[in-house]
Design a protein around this ligand. Structure first.
Ligand SMILES: [Zn+2]
Length: 247
């Protein structure tokens, strides 16, 4: 004849264990949320860094462009100066020398104008890329704000669920023998795994090894704690008859 109170104790302890397992997984989810929010932020920060780099690049190109335009202006002034001098020189050689100087400036300007065109194309391209990045970061920002508030909402709900589960836990505890809960808590702290293993079809539910027949018989009496010889967990085995509730 089975010891009903011991069987009930094992059943309650098993329920507590399942309850705690759920509680632990809710806790893990709850604790992971701030990290996930941080990852969202990091993603946007990376985009913002890309924008800064692109803006810096654009500023550099625009600076070169200004400097090339300044070269053109300087050459223009120099050219005017040579032309004025040409009006005043008396020798043909001096005139030709000045003409050569002017031609040299013209050639220089042609090169500079080519460079200016290229730089202007680069500016257009960079501005386009920058606009795309800014649109993208705006979208990401919006998306992140939405996700972040979803996470925060989820976290709030999880907190409520944890409170509720903790409350339920205090209802289980007084029903279970103090010695059992002490053993249970000690095991959990040390090994962070199941303390109670279900014994079904002659097998330990935790380590999956066969429960020796003698051990099975003992466990089915429910008059003392019977441990799995292999994984050392407390066995809560299925009753010999199916009319008894299990687990
Ligand atoms: Zn086992």
């Amino acid at each position: 004849m089975a010891n009903e109170s011991m069987r009930q104790q094992l059943s309650l302890l098993y329920q507590l264990q399942e309850h705690d397992r759920e509680l632990l997984s809710i806790h893990e989810r709850f604790n992971s949320i701030p990290h996930q929010i941080k990852q969202l932020e990091a993603h946007v920060t990376k985009f913002k860094t890309d924008i800064t780099a692109k803006s810096d690049e654009l500023a550099e190109v625009e600076k070169s462009l200004r400097s090339k335009n300044a070269d053109l202006e300087m050459n223009e002034a120099q050219r005017e100066k040579y032309k004025n001098e040409q009006r005043e020189v008396t020798s043909n050689d001096a005139y030709i020398a000045l003409e050569n100087q002017i031609e040299f400036l013209d050639k220089k300007d042609d090169e500079t104008e080519g460079e200016i065109l290229e730089l202007m194309e680069t500016v257009d391209l960079l501005k386009e890329e920058l606009a795309d990045l800014e649109a993208e970061v705006a979208r990401e920002d919006q998306n992140n704000n939405k996700k972040t508030s979803e996470y925060q909402e989820e976290r709030k709900n999880l907190k409520a669920l944890i409170d509720e589960k903790m409350q339920q836990r205090t209802q289980y505890l007084p029903k279970i023998d103090k010695t059992l809960t002490t053993l249970y808590h000690r095991w959990i702290e040390r090994r962070k795994g199941d303390f109670v293993a279900l014994g079904k079809n002659g097998t330990c539910g935790s380590c999956r090894l066969t429960i020796q027949p003698q051990n099975m018989k003992e466990a089915q009496k429910y008059d003392k704690l019977v441990y799995c010889t292999s994984c050392k967990r407390v066995l809560y085995v299925e009753p010999p008859t199916s009319d008894i509730p299990y687990p």
